[in-house]
Design a protein around this ligand. Sequence first.
Ligand code: ARG
Length: 380
Amino acid sequence: MPEPGPDTELLRAAAREFLELFHTENPRAGAVGPRVAAVMREIDLTGTYWHTSEELTFGARVAWRNNERCIGRLYWHSLQVRDLRTVSDAGRVAAHCFDHLRLAHNGGKIRPMISVFAPETPYRPAPRIWNEQLIRYAGHALPDERVLGDPRYLAFTSGLIERGWQPPSSPGAFDVLPLVVETVEEGPQLFEVPAASIHEVPLRHPELAWFADLDLRWHAVPVISNNRLVIGGVSYPAAPFNGWYMGTEIGARNLGDSDRYALVPEVAERMGLDTSEETTLWRDRALVELNRAVLHSFRAQGVTITDHHTESRRFLTHLEREENAGRRCPTDWTWIVPPMSGSQTPVFHRHYDSSPQVPNFFTDPDATHRGLHGGPPAFR
Ligand code: ARG
């Protein structure tokens, strides 16, 4: 039996706080007293406790609502929660992740969704997913020091090759990396993502016909898979979740950043812009067309996407609703303001409450390291 230590005291306090929140916001769940008493007894006996499925669903939704980095929180209440807490071996975790990709894609009408796998407990650590997202593209080093694919995953890709992954015989710019799931018993295991779970959008520009020749695409569903969901003091390190994309994430950052696909100079060149001087604003002009191509292509393919102007307005609606409900809405300006035309969006022109709240999602440094370097393993 686990010793009652200071950790157990923290767990008790966090559990109590969460249960009070749950019962305040869900009056139909009845009085909080008996539930708190039961949970305290369970912590005495086991060193942890098991959320009811209603608590889990509510906790995951509130973790989204509390996440200071997300501009898309207006729809927090629509999050679909897959309760997979009895799933804890690598093969079944991976299989359910691949199901998640199909269910969330939903033929293009993307559903915000989270799959919650086995929690961290005093008697067994939870499984870990190494990848930052379920779908990520490999980075291949070329002889001339350039990178084919996503430079962000250069080290991750070579880490996986060392672990036995065979990259495609002719490497490309959009090779989907295998999923790495680690459990304490099995160590890191690699799983190829089945084609049926990979949904991508080929990128075209509404007017510039040559844009198609760049042969660009991006995956439809961003499923973050290395954050730790924390509800009432209980940690769920494997709890991949998704919303839908805001165009700038792909057009301005993934394809635009100079340490990612860095496509702005090539797009500017093909547009015939004068790149000899910064004052022509060729970077800004090319970036706009890159972003138009992303929004246009997703819409043309019937895949849910949003633009940064619409999403900024929705976020202010969300803030207003939270305020009316008497709740604080922790917000990080540096994450909320879109990476292009910031001052053209209303979210730029104000201050936010930034003090964090739980439940929430946490980005642990060791998880970040595994997601970028492919190791070291969590359990050794
Ligand atoms: N920025 C990340 C990417 O480009 C995705 C982060 C989550 N985004 C979202 N719309 N839920 O892949």
